[in-house]
Write a protein that binds this ligand. Structure first.
Ligand code: AMP
Length: 520
């Protein structure tokens, strides 16, 4: 099944409904959207791009992004969305690794890419063909369930990014998971794309196309809290996908919306208080959300949150912590549940396994493994990496976690971030959770440093909100976690190193530590 069938059906059923908006401005209806994709497919066909060919997209979030993506699918080609924040050199690697024949770029990215562009890949920056009446709409190309539809390059926090091959089947099940566990979508409901369309947000535009919702691309092309507040007021039942760092920024702004000039522009008046009542759901995931942060977010923004845990290899879909569970304030284990990533989504199995592949009992930490329809076909042209990751039918996620008796999964860490001190495993996340409960700690990241006596010792990198003494943090940790888990050293820094997705780069912290750390 070609995914473009979803678009042509929605155009038939809800043709006159608004499909895409740019900020507060309507861009096109579903009829116009499908016509643009059919013309785009004709144009691609004229360039010799047909079923199975790869086409890269390297551009900032924009309505054209969505039109081009569906043109690619309509033509039966494979989309290779490249994160817009990558360096031109990194983008060129992805384009050459995927052997993309063509790359759609906006002007800014074409320039970044130009120096590093690969021979054999044509860069296209003008998309007039989408509205060229002289182009006859192409028919939807025939594709099977197991044909690649999207090459999703991993963030590559270690080594080169790998091309996760997602088929139409994978994307279909990821979309069904949204309806089944995040929320249903009615025609006219909206999804704000403040996170990259090349990743999570792009996957989350699919349920909205299928059910006739409005995909809204912020005019800024990114994430600006005052703009989000204005869009929530403008569009019906607005939802968005947000990494935990984005939620944190939104909450910090919402607590003090009077600060900054952008507010006056967004709200048009002083003393403005954002109104979140029209907000449907902020779906957070993609990195750890600390208990202290989600509790504050619920207090400041309200009962509008759901969490998902997934990875490119099982796109947006492994476990879910639905809104109803998050908002079940009277539940005796609510705080444990809030600190977890929820329970398995319906179309897959989650199993915790030891390094030798044996299934572990509830409560025992091990590697999170997943089996089901949404799991990737493999890494693009990397059979060895695929065989290392999918073993005996199970996807080994590289995440360490434990299930509780009710099936809630608590993620402890990436296996490579675990600290072994005095022969005991210490999960940095638990220490970070404890540190973040201290009012002076804005951000914390915990790593293991080589230690002659203990093997490794715990070191905390802290971004402080206010001056704080290490002795005070030590006493605070002693009150919250086991003595042996508390940090031996504190390093105060202005900011934590993060990658383009907002994930803390522990590899860089370990390198920094090896050079002697910094500060206290
Ligand atoms: P990516 O493939 O770039 O989306 O990264 C996926 C990784 O992000 C997962 O393997 C986890 O380590 C982490 N991750 C994703 N969702 C969550 C979540 N809800 N809580 C904690 N970590 C998460």
């Amino acid at each position: 099944m070609n995914l473009a069938l979803w678009l042509s059906r929605t155009a038939a059923v809800h043709g006159a409904r608004l499909a895409i908006a740019h900020g507060d401005r309507p861009v096109c209806t579903y009829q116009e959207f499908a016509a643009a994709a059919a013309r785009g497919a004709r144009w691609l066909g004229d360039q010799g791009i047909g079923p199975g060919a790869r086409v890269a997209l390297f551009m900032t979030n924009h309505p054209d992004y969505i039109l081009l993506l569906w043109s690619v699918w309509w033509a039966g080609a494979v989309a290779v969305p490249v994160n817009a924040k990558l360096h031109g050199r990194e983008a060129a690697y992805i384009v050459s690794h995927s052997e993309s024949a063509l790359a759609f770029c906006d002007a800014e990215h074409a320039a970044a890419f130009a120096e590093h562009a690969q021979p054999g890949c044509r860069v296209v920056t003008r998309f007039d063909f989408l509205s060229d009446p002289a182009l006859a709409p192409a028919p939807i190309a025939e594709r099977s369930e197991d044909d690649a539809a999207w090459l999703f390059y991993t963030s590559g926090t270690t080594g080169k990014p790998k091309g996760v091959t997602l088929t139409a089947r994978n994307l279909r099940w990821s979309t069904m998971a949204y309806f089944a566990t995040v929320q249903p979508v009615a025609p006219g409901d909206s999804m704000l794309h403040a996170a990259p369309l090349s990743h999570g947000s792009g996957l989350y535009h699919l349920p909205y196309v299928l059910n006739g919702g409005v995909n809204v691309v912020p005019a800024s092309g990114g994430f600006e809290p005052p703009e989000i507040a204005a869009l929530v007021a403008r569009w019906r039942n607005a939802s968005m996908f947000a990494a935990p760092t984005m939620v944190k920024r939104l909450v910090e702004w919402a607590r003090n919306p009077g600060a900054g000039e952008a507010v006056a522009e967004a709200a048009g008046e002083a003393g403005y208080v954002p109104d979140w009542s029209g907000l449907a759901t902020i779906v957070y995931g993609g990195g750890p959300m600390y208990l202290a942060d989600i509790e504050l977010a619920l207090e400041v923004i309200g009962p509008h949150f759901a969490q998902i845990y997934g990875q490119g290899e099982s796109p947006m879909t492994i476990t879910v912590l639905p809104r109803d569970v998050i908002n079940d304030a009277g539940h005796p284990r609510r705080r444990e549940r809030l600190a977890s990533v929820g329970f398995a989504q319906p179309m897959l199995e989650v199993s915790i396994r030891s390094p030798d592949g044996a299934e572990l009992a509830a409560g025992e930490p091990g590697e999170v493994c997943v089996r089901g329809e949404v799991v990737m076909q493999g890494y693009w042209r990397q059979p060895e990496a695929t065989a290392e990751t999918i073993r005996g039918g199970w996807l080994y996620t590289g995440d360490i976690g434990a299930l509780d008796a009710d099936g809630f999964l608590t993620l402890l860490d990436r296996s490579k971030d675990m600290i072994v001190s005095g022969g005991t495993n210490i999960y940095p996340r638990e220490v970070e959770e404890a540190l973040l409960m201290h009012p002076a700690v804005a951000e914390a990241s915990v790593i293991g440093a080589p230690d002659a006596e203990w093997g490794e010792s715990v070191v905390a990198y802290v971004v402080a909100r206010a001056p704080v003494d290490p002795a005070e943090l030590d006493a605070h940790c002693l009150a919250h976690i086991a003595r042996f888990k508390r940090p031996r050293h504190y390093r105060f820094v202005d900011a934590l190193p993060k990658n383009n997705y907002g994930k803390v780069l522990k590899t860089e912290l370990r390198e920094l530590e090896a050079r002697g750390g910094r500060g206290g």
